[in-house]
Design a protein around this ligand. Structure first.
Ligand code: ADP
Ligand code: MG
Length: 752
């Protein structure tokens, strides 16, 4: 099969792709390895290349002639350079600042009858002067080029186009028809900058626009893809023909080719929306294989023997009720009933509790854990951070204080001797309830009789860890809790093997949080707001984003803010600092002091994002709010508004003026519904935020969008049922299982 043959991208060269040298192929493969998360270049396949999908498309099938061009048109126009100019801009020609130039081309049509238009872009940084000179040569008088984009009137009333980068312009070979002389192309324009006439068709018509891949420009990529499709034979399609026919799906080869090069009859708006037949096929694939793997996993679970049998007598229920510090909401009660039914059933429980921040998942888990302990089993609760584990530990100690059960904490932050002691208590069975972080599932921890394992904030945990936890007992019951609002139909696919319970109600007496977006200019007012809340006896959070790429800088910003607030702004208040790089004993101390009200304002990185519960905190200020995903903001915001008093959330942003930022953050002002926020976030940002990365154990999709493509998802799930349902043994099913094994998506299915 061709695809296997060309398993090495380097083979593209051997495929006879003339414009790609062996060295370039290797570079391409290296860039693809990074892109697809493969550990080595050797594992990159042609499929990885094909899966590098266009970010968008441009319809250049008709160059608009200048006389038809109007302000507001988004169009490709063929132009001829008349003059160029590089003008230094910026009011203050500060010698120390890097120079900034505006490079402007004035260009017209071939016949020079139309009013000229301008095409311009900025050049900045060191050496900008040289770059400007180079552009002047590259776009010498007479050069023919194509400019695509949104044409607008400038202040002089002239039609113009602003481009981000001049690479977006494509220089065409000169036409020597004498109409526009000289038909010069700058002598030192590198040969490869000029379109090979044979390739013009590749760059005209409906063209794909790619994000830059390594050093490969969209133009280069387009040529590579064209060459690949010209050489590539058929691609083996793992989906059975009958399925394709039933679902009206394209073959895989055709789908790939059309997604890169829309055919002549393509409906371009569908392409833009990723709803073309080609996209549909690729989306179907993504959903199908995931659902397939998950269905297999669930099938396996159905035959699992039950490890722990946990039953609660009426008397036991009464004992449980005495643990409750408050009356459960109707939603909590319903979920507790669902869990208890699972616990006494003869299959191991695999249940997901989904509930918005603050809906009260913890107490539900504690009740289930109590039930397990009443039946003589040990039980464990895993949290994604030490801070959260410690908070759960404090809560558990309080709630189970009078029960006689022993609660044990096990985190990586413990001293070696403490860890040893904890581990011994766990393996001997003296510890009834274990609360911890990943340390719980690490080697060397053995339970005597683990009956129920609970995982808090599942989206932080991999499927792998969940599987590992199950191995710690003889098929313990598993309860997973998440605030991530995943549509029910999707949850069934992503969590496949899990049954889902929803807590769709907040405890009574909560006053909705007031959220406001503020610009830098309102900072002083924000500080007055903090002062006011503290004067009322409440507490505040100031949160800083911490992103991987600039971790050190962000940490510095948080630390500097802490200093500024304690020394200059609020010298009379107690300001705490909390971040992930602190030792766990320190973190513990700070968190405990904040919980006890000894700290007024807690400056923190996003380590407080999940689960932290300090009811007296009534104000949260989030710095650089624009850097967060909305779902994450919602999680953060959920740290306040836990008491009956009015709570506030201030989203500070330097970016308040741009419409996208305002639209995004404005959603936070209007909505307090995690589900709605997630949907809006999806629309505006894609789903990365919602589902987390691959690492989190959830598949991230290449093309599929779980909100937009729900219909395709249900079609895929239906098909999976066709093959893995009752008539499982057909020849097609066997082939599908084989194909699934070869796929990465199937990693998920192997676990458990
Ligand atoms: P989450 O679902 O976000 O994990 P928690 O379990 O931390 O929420 O609960 C949030 C807060 O609400 C806690 O302080 C908890 O004690 C409180 N709470 C939970 N259930 C109820 C209830 N039924 N009535 C009153 N308060 C409740
Ligand atoms: Mg929680």
């Amino acid at each position: 099969m061709k695809l296997e043959l060309a398993a090495h991208i380097v083979d593209l060269h051997r495929c006879g792709i003339s414009n790609l040298s062996a060295g370039m192929s290797r570079k391409l493969a290296a860039a693809l390895a990074v892109q697809s998360g493969k550990p080595s270049v050797d594992e990159v396949t042609v499929e990885d290349l094909l899966n590098y999908l266009p970010a968008r498309y441009e319809d250049r099938s008709n160059f608009l002639s200048l006389d038809k061009l109007n302000a507001g048109d988004e169009a490709a126009v063929e132009l001829f350079v008349r003059t160029t100019a590089g003008v230094r801009v910026g009011q203050f020609r500060d010698k120390k600042k890097p120079p900034l130039y505006l490079f402007e081309i004035t260009a017209g049509d071939r016949e020079r009858v139309q009013k000229p238009v301008t095409v311009k872009w900025f050049v900045s940084g060191k050496g900008a002067n040289d770059i400007v000179n180079w552009y002047a040569k590259k776009f010498a008088r007479g050069t023919r080029f194509v400019a695509y984009g949104l044409w607008e009137l400038d202040r002089r009333g002239q039609l113009g186009l602003k481009v981000g980068k001049p690479e977006e312009l494509e220089i065409l070979p000169p036409i020597d028809d004498g109409l526009f002389l000289p038909t010069a192309v700058a002598e030192d324009t590198p040969e490869e900058e000029i379109l090979d006439p044979a390739l013009i068709s590749v760059h005209t018509g409906r063209v794909p626009i790619y994000r830059k891949l390594g050093n490969f420009s969209t133009k280069k990529l387009r040529e590579i893809f064209r060459a690949v499709f010209d050489k590539l034979g058929d691609i083996e399609d793992a989906l059975p023909k009958e399925l394709l026919e039933r679902q009206g799906l394209l073959g895989l080869r055709q789908a790939y080719e059309e997604v890169h090069f829309p055919p002549d009859n393509a409906v371009m708006p569908d392409y833009e929306m990723h709803r073309s037949p080609a996209h549909r096929r690729l989306i179907f694939d993504e959903f199908f294989w995931l659902a397939f793997a998950m269905r297999l996993l669930k099938g396996k679970r159905e035959h699992e023997p039950k490890g722990a049998v946990i039953e609660i007598s009426e008397e036991g229920k009464k004992r449980l009720a005495t643990l409750l510090p408050f009356e459960l909401t109707a939603a909590q009660k319903k979920v507790v009933r669902e869990i208890f039914a699972d616990l006494k059933g003869d299959r191991p429980m695999n249940r997901l509790i989904q509930g918005d921040v603050g809906s009260g998942k913890t107490i539900v888990a504690f009740l289930a854990m109590m039930a397990a302990m009443e039946n003589g089993y040990q039980t464990a609760l895993m949290a994604p951070t030490e801070i959260l584990a410690e908070q759960h530990f404090r809560n558990a100690q309080r709630i189970f204080a009078d029960t006689g059960y022993r609660v044990e904490l096990l985190t990586g932050g413990l001293k070696a001797s403490e860890r040893k002691r904890a581990r011994e208590a766990i393996s001997s069975g003296e510890a009834n309830l274990v609360i911890g972080t990943h340390a719980v599932v690490q080697e060397g921890v053995e339970f005597d009789m683990l009956g129920l394992a609970v995982i808090d904030e599942q989206h932080r945990f991999g499927v792998l860890q969940r599987a590992r936890l199950k191995e710690l007992g003889t098929n313990p019951d598993v309860l997973v809790m998440t605030a991530t609002p995943i549509p029910r139909s999707l949850a069934m696919t992503v969590y496949g093997d899990l049954d889902v319970s929803v807590i769709d109600e907040l405890p009574p007496g909560r006053t909705p949080i007031k959220t406001v977006v503020c610009g830098e200019d309102q900072r002083a007012g924000v500080y007055r707001g903090i002062e006011r809340e503290i004067a009322l006896g409440r507490q505040a959070y100031v949160v800083y984003p911490l992103v991987k790429e600039s971790e050190k800088l962000d940490l510095k910003a948080a630390t500097a803010m802490h200093e500024d607030l304690s020394n200059r702004v609020f010298p009379h208040l107690k300001i705490g600092l909390l971040h992930g790089k602190m030792k766990s004993a320190e973190k513990d101390e700070v968190m405990a002091a904040f919980a006890a009200g000894e700290i007024n304002v807690l400056v923190s990185t996003t380590v407080i994002e999940v689960g932290i519960d300090v009811a007296n905190a009534s104000l949260m200020v989030i710095e650089h709010a624009e850097r967060f995903g909305l779902s994450q903001l919602h999680q953060l915001r959920g740290r306040v508004g836990r008491g009956a008093e009015q709570s506030f959330c201030v989203l500070l942003t330097g970016d308040k003026k741009t419409t996208v930022a305002r639209e995004r953050l404005g959603i936070m002002e209007r909505s307090s519904d995690g589900f709605e926020i997630a949907e809006k976030d999806l629309e505006l940002r894609g789903q990365g935020e919602l589902l987390g990365t691959r690492q989190s154990g959830l598949q991230s999709f290449r093309v599929a969008n779980i909100i937009r493509d729900l219909d395709i998802l249900s079609a895929a799930r239906e098909e999976v049922e066709n093959y893995l349902g009752p008539k499982e043994s057909s020849a097609e099913t066997k082939l599908l299982k084989k194909a699934a094994e070869r796929r990465n998506a199937f990693e998920l299915g192997k676990i458990g």
